[in-house]
Design a protein around this ligand. Structure first.
Ligand code: SAM
Length: 205
């Protein structure tokens, strides 16, 4: 139950254009990795860039790299001392992402950690200023529980796919369970933006 495709196209037309490197990455992803719907894409990518630009995080955590479209979108909004740790299970996807990070101006500010995200989060030290949650949907509650206590005072979580293609309206949907878990959490305040497949912004109160 995505929004009308014509409106999606319209949103893309009137948002800042897709960066050429990211447009190339999107084509290469579709050809070499498949599952192009997993990419954050031009409109959600511009939203991530803008959120990072507003928040000015020194420490960004991305849970679920895929081919690095979201990572590079966020990197474009980073302050000069900002860094991104991005977590990916699949070594082939991580290799494609790394090859595009290397061609970007932000290669030395992005670190990919290959392996199960839960283990990578535990192995990282310190607080996070901005978290983009975008890995396996069955892990969302666990990732959320792992990062909420480690959010900095003005930290923000952006959780992707929180409409789950409309599946949230069905009984037993895993993302509906995540959304309701967050909504019932007295530690946080949140809003679900109906952008693309839904992006929920969450902060500590
Ligand atoms: C939706 S894609 C990420 C898209 C990316 N954030 C973007 O903006 O283009 C989800 C990614 O999470 C990865 N993933 C799935 N389970 C994982 C796990 N347990 N640990 C780390 N990464 C995982 C998948 O391999 C996939 O590449």
């Amino acid at each position: 139950m995505d929004i009308d495709e014509r409106l999606q196209d319209y949103a893309e037309q009137v948002s800042s254009p897709h960066e050429p490197l990211l447009a190339e990455l999107s084509d290469v992803t579709a050809r070499e990795l498949g599952s192009p719907q997993m990419l954050s894409g031009p409109v959600a990518g511009r939203l991530l860039e803008l959120l990072v630009w507003i928040a000015q995080p020194r420490r960004v955590l991305e849970i679920g790299t895929f081919s690095g479209h979201g990572t590079l979108s966020m990197a474009a909004g980073l302050p000069p001392d900002g860094r991104i740790d991005t977590l990916e299970l699949d070594a082939k996807r991580a290799a494609v992402a790394q090859s595009y990070f290397d061609r970007s101006p932000w290669a030395n500010r992005i670190t990919i950690h290959v392996g199960p995200a839960g283990e990578s989060i535990d192995a990282l030290e310190g607080e996070f200023d901005f978290v983009f949650l975008d890995a396996d949907k069955t892990g969302y509650v666990d990732y959320y529980e792992a990062v909420v206590p480690r959010l900095s005072q003005h930290g923000l979580i952006a959780a992707d796919n929180t409409l789950h293609g409309g599946g949230v309206l069905d009984d037993g949907d895993v993302i509906d369970a995540f959304n309701r878990h967050v909504a019932a959490d007295p530690r946080t305040a949140q809003v679900l933006l109906t952008v693309r497949d839904g992006i929920t912004l969450i902060r500590r109160v």
